[in-house]
Design a protein around this ligand. Sequence first.
Ligand code: PRT
Ligand code: ZN
Length: 287
Amino acid sequence: MTATKLKIALQKSGRLSEDSLRLLKNCGINFSNGLGKLRSAANNFPLEIFFLRDDDIPQYIEDGVADVGIVGENILAEEKRRVETIEKLGFGKCRLALAVPKAFDFQSIKDFDGKRIATSYPNILREFFSEKNIETEIHTISGSVEIAPGIGLADAVCDLVSSGSTLFTNGLKEVATVLPSEAVLVSRPNLNSDLQKILEKLLFRIKAVNSANQSKYILLNAPNEKLAEIIALLPGIKSPTIMPLADENWSSVHSVIKEMDFWDVVENLRDVGAEGILVLSIDQMIS
Ligand code: PRT
Ligand code: ZN
């Protein structure tokens, strides 16, 4: 009998591919992903990997071809397949947004009443406007949505935006967010208990990798008379570790800080007298 494997669907090539592969590698899972490969099996974890177009992933999961997958929330909201979101992954961040030509004197969302809007996300957009009782004419196009106003096909667009440069170079301005999105791990509901166990093992590793990504390990030297002030600036997991230095007036302080607070914390530490500050990345963090 062959051992059960969890089948995971990843985007074959696109904006989510690299981060999805990196996440599995950081979870310590080894597999080969040669160019053009459609599937691969991990050699040290019960996982089989399918490489697919992102739009197809929810359906493959619903149909049972794959058990879990990594896909953008934008695709899930548009397709409404029977899949469950298990975990937000923190990459592939973007927003589905409405944009109009720069010259359009936009005042409020009501300005879209009676307008033609080009999008690849007709279902999300229809729902968005129907909740607001605004009538629009939605034109579904599958690519290069941003050129629609320029060629007279639409008055506005609703498309994914990350840096905003595509809108800018096409003479458009973003005026409203319809849906914020990021990559998520999704699963077919009611996996059997063997598959569920493998998913839990995978999820445990993903959470450890992601909380490590959001944290930094910080080491610094502090004059003892400033220790209380310095400790107050370092929340840490429980509390910072304090060790004496050869110079008895000084201590070494070790702690974990949130990546997003990193610059503020370092500046404040320097201001109160910390020296020799070292900041290190963390590979995994098990809470
Ligand atoms: O071939 P396949 O169907 O698998 O790929 P795809 O071409 O349909 O998708 P891909 O690789 O472009 O995007 C995969 C997923 O990445 C999306 O479903 C989103 O969840 C996420 N994502 C994050 C983005 C963006 N950021 C993004 N900026 N998807 C698309 N874009 C496009 C957007 O459509 C627009 O054309 O990038 C352009 C805007 O980018 P900025 O930086 O100029 O604002
Ligand atoms: Zn796609």
